[in-house]
Ligand binder design. Structure first.
Ligand code: UDP
Length: 359
């Protein structure tokens, strides 16, 4: 039950509007929303999730909303305009929220999109916003900042590095993330393979991991949604002899099984990764993480203990770290995940955020 609230809260969770839950298009937000729902319902809070039609999430009350999906924010320039298509699912979701808001104590926004921030002052109920990416466009920064300042305490982020990308960094609450660790099995004896997990899109820098795998001659297994087909084809064309194998987009249960059999996970993002869910999923299986020293992973990986932090964009750095990987103790990886990123630890962080926000 709740550690902080006498009475359970009624919370309306509004998902990302770039894809249905379960499609993989929402990236880490999909698993984050699931973790939030699990962490909070275990504490007795009553939850309803509003998400694009076609969403799948077992064991929760889900309100599917029809409409056209938003395009993703990652690939646009700093001066990108805010775009909303005709019959926007984002607009429809927030229209629904407006109508039912009085049945809830709190609304919880997961969309990195302009509209929910803009609408905040027009709602009667408080809105908690979990911002899933660092600064990307001026229009978004300006709107999030307005809410951060006028509605103090309503902006949650996943890492200090992510907060640092915003002018309003001092108004952000660092919630990190949490995971149902019972789904991830510790694997002490890996196969001779490396792993790369994530959306296949330019900001994720997959080509560096492929280049490193080619140099060390260890097979690289790749799992995740191909979000940018042209980018993926270019990698295949640029590295025709690299020892890579694409395994598709897997469910958490399937993913942890094969990820666990890896000697290390490579995280090679070009952008400031807000958190990097896959880092914790990897640690939970006992798999050390080799990551560029930037963004969320640089706050997660304990250099020389649960992985190696490497100079950003350096393939040579990745290669040296791969050579040192067997000196790390895989049990410490699992222990770190349990100590900081369990649903219990995350539930504590979420509840104290809500308590501060609602009082
Ligand atoms: N993922 C998955 N199956 C796969 C590959 C990835 O479910 O085959 C999920 C993974 O569990 C993680 C998400 O995709 O939650 C990627 O999130 P991350 O925070 O690492 O990056 P983002 O996509 O948000 O930039």
């Amino acid at each position: 039950m709740s550690q902080i609230f006498q009475k359970p809260l009624k919370i309306l969770l509004l998902s990302t509007s770039v894809g249905a839950l379960g499609s993989g298009l929402g990236g880490g937000v999909e698993l984050t929303l699931k973790s939030v729902a699990q962490a909070l319902s275990r504490r007795g809070h009553s939850l309803t999730i509003v998400a694009p039609e076609g969403s799948v999430l077992a064991g929760v009350s889900l309100v599917p909303i029809a409409g056209t999906l938003q395009i993703t924010a990652q690939t646009q320039g700093r001066d990108a305009l805010v775009t909303i298509p005709q019959n926007s699912v984002l607009g429809n979701m927030w229209d629904y929220a407006r109508q039912v808001q009085r049945e809830y104590d709190l609304l919880f926004n997961f969309a990195y999109d302009w509209l929910p921030f803009y609408l905040t002052p027009f709602f009667e109920r408080p809105i908690a916003h979990l911002v899933s990416m660092g600064s990307l466009t001026d229009a978004m920064d300006q709107m999030i900042e307005k809410v951060a300042v006028e509605f103090e305490g309503t902006i949650g982020v996943h890492s200090l590095a992510q907060a640092e990308t915003f002018r309003f960094k001092n108004h952000c609450r660092n919630l990190q993330n949490g995971f149902d660790l019972s789904l991830y099995q510790f694997c002490s004896q890996p196969k001779n393979q490396l792993a790369w997990v994530g959306r296949i899109a330019p900001e994720k820098g997959l080509e560096d991991a492929v280049a490193a795998a080619e140099i060390v001659g260890i097979p690289l297994k790749i799992w995740g949604v191909i979000q940018d087909e042209a980018y993926w084809q270019k990698i295949l064309a640029d590295y025709p002899t690299a020892p890579i194998e694409y395994g598709g987009f897997l469910s958490t249960t399937e993913l942890q099984q094969v990820l666990g059999e890896s000697r290390a996970l490579l995280m090679t993002p070009r952008w400031v990764e807000a958190f990097g869910n896959v880092a914790i999923e990897s640690l939970a299986c006992g798999v050390p993480v080799i990551a560029y020293r930037r963004g969320g992973p640089s706050e997660i990986v304990r250099d020389g203990e649960t992985g190696w932090l490497v100079e950003p964009d350096s393939v040579d750095g990745l290669v040296s770290a791969i050579h040192k990987i067997d000196s790390l103790d895989r049990t410490l990886c699992r222990q770190q995940a349990e100590a900081h990123y369990s649903l219990e630890a995350f539930g504590d962080r979420l509840e104290s955020w809500f308590a501060a926000l609602l009082h």
